[in-house]
Design a protein around this ligand. Structure first.
Ligand SMILES: [Cu+2]
Length: 464
């Protein structure tokens, strides 16, 4: 793992990666708290100790290293304020774990004994709830119900056996509204004991989250309930979200959890998938059906799987169109079809740089507008054919032939074979590649060339 900065909390603590190497002093001390300073996707963490498994790839995130201590996997989470880059050009003051929001992914194996040290460096108490896990009630992390809150500066220990394989998350159950609105959450994967069970070639994970950060500001408005303006995956907005790089014919799993205040229908282009798991467990094969969108409700997780048979750059996005946009004002009137030219003339005398907006639709992806510092354009990202006009919850599954097994490097944009890209109609004389060089005529125009006059009759006004 690159880019890891390490800091020891107690003198003499060490990151011991095998059980035999744990000294008496290390065993009595906290495990080292490893932090991550980068927002880019880190390579999967292949287990150096414990039972083998196929590690996951956390989109724009990382997996937390552990130490083995007499057969127990020990992790150290530090709840703390973090500075998270949402996308190039915008940073947010969030709360998270070990330097990032979301916190690092925790990966264990079914049957593992797990001990998690949680140090609170926030200005208020917190706790960690292990969403979806089977565990002793006192380890469930609900402040006031199963434990007292972890006060600032204190460290609590959670310990349980990871009894069920599957897809889980962790988040505070203390001042939830504020702490989750500030970005406190993370992924937890319990791999099956048998590494061949439900094995896939690539296994991606990310959490859906949302923030309300006023343009120019950096700290979320934590009291917001519905009107968020940044729709993010792992606290990143497109074009800040990395692509999901996949080798052609790989079996691909994408696990998605939702910790926003609304549902998100996540839609994949070019392939059908099946939902193979939820936070409640694996779905029985007989109960799966093909989908191209999976609606992920608040507090739910879904694991989707597909065979990446089709090479290309395939969009993966939330199908709520407002969720593929970045910070915008919702009080903007709809101006489609409104001729603003006379107003433009008048306003231009007062404001020389004034620009008419939205009279031909909202396609502003290619406009260069002055923005306040530390905000993102509503839509952004350049593709090989121009502006992508997308922001927010959007990324690209890049399916390529000939990648190495563990190669997740961005291969660049897809180079479509000649004759396989939509093109402009230039008349019957033009070469039509998909028709094998034949020159068919354009589809016949409507039989009547006469203009049809439609008389619109207004309903009579009601008389009271
Ligand atoms: Cu959405």
């Amino acid at each position: 793992m690159n880019h890891l900065s390490r800091r020891a909390f107690l003198q003499g603590s060490a990151l011991a990666v095998s059980a035999g190497a744990v000294s008496r002093i290390a065993a009595a001390s906290l495990p080292e708290a490893v932090t991550q300073t980068q927002a880019g996707t880190q390579p999967p963490l292949t287990p150096a100790s414990g039972r083998p498994y196929q590690p996951v790839v956390t989109l724009n995130g990382w997996t937390l290293p552990w130490r083995m201590n007499k057969g127990v996997k020990e992790f150290h989470l530090v709840a703390e304020p973090v500075l998270r880059e949402i996308a190039p050009g915008m940073k947010a003051n969030l709360w998270g774990y070990n330097g990032q929001s979301p916190g690092p992914t925790i990966e264990v194996v079914e049957g593992d004994r797990v001990r998690i040290f949680v140090t609170n460096k926030l200005p208020e108490h917190t706790s960690v709830h292990w969403h979806g896990q089977r565990l002793p009630n006192g380890m469930d992390g609900v402040t006031g119900l199963t434990q007292p809150g972890i006060k600032p500066g204190k460290t609590f220990v959670y310990e349980f056996t990871a009894r069920r394989a599957g897809t889980f998350m962790y988040h505070p159950h203390a001042d939830e509204m504020v702490q989750m609105a500030m970005g406190m959450m993370g992924f937890w994967i319990t791999h099956p004991k048998d590494p061949s069970f439900m094995r896939v070639d690539r296994d991606f994970v990310f959490l859906l989250n949302a923030y309300d950060i006023e343009p120019g500001a950096a700290t979320p408005r934590v009291n917001e309930m519905t009107d968020f303006n940044l729709w993010t995956w792992n606290s990143r907005a497109f074009p800040g979200i990395d692509p999901l790089v996949v080798r052609q014919h790989d079996r691909v799993r994408i696990r998605i959890g939702n910790l926003t205040m609304t549902n998100h229908p996540i839609h994949l282009h070019g392939h059908e998938f099946v939902v193979t798991g939820t936070d409640g467990g694996w779905t029985p094969p007989a109960g799966r059906w093909p989908e191209v969108s999976a609606d992920i409700a608040v507090g739910q997780m879904r694991a989707i799987e597909f065979d990446a048979s089709e090479p290309g750059d395939w969009a993966l996005h939330c199908h709520k169109s407002h969720h593929t946009m970045n910070a915008m004002g919702h009080e903007v009137p709809t101006m489609i079809g409104v001729d603003q030219s006379s107003e433009l003339k008048k306003i231009s005398q007062l404001i020389p740089d004034y620009m008419v907006m939205g009279d031909k639709g909202g396609s502003m992806g290619e406009m260069e507008m002055p923005l306040p510092d530390n905000t993102l354009p509503m839509m952004g990202g350049q593709g090989p054919y121009g502006s992508l006009e997308m922001g927010g919850m959007f990324s690209v599954v890049k399916v390529r032939a000939g990648l190495a097994r563990n190669d997740y490097r961005d291969p660049g944009w897809y180079r479509a074979p000649a004759g396989s890209v939509a093109y402009e109609w230039q008349g019957a004389a033009a070469y039509l590649p998909s028709a094998g060089g034949s020159r068919p005529a354009a589809p016949a125009a409507s039989p009547s060339s006469k203009e049809t006059v439609v008389n619109v009759v207004k309903p009579a006004a009601h008389k009271h």
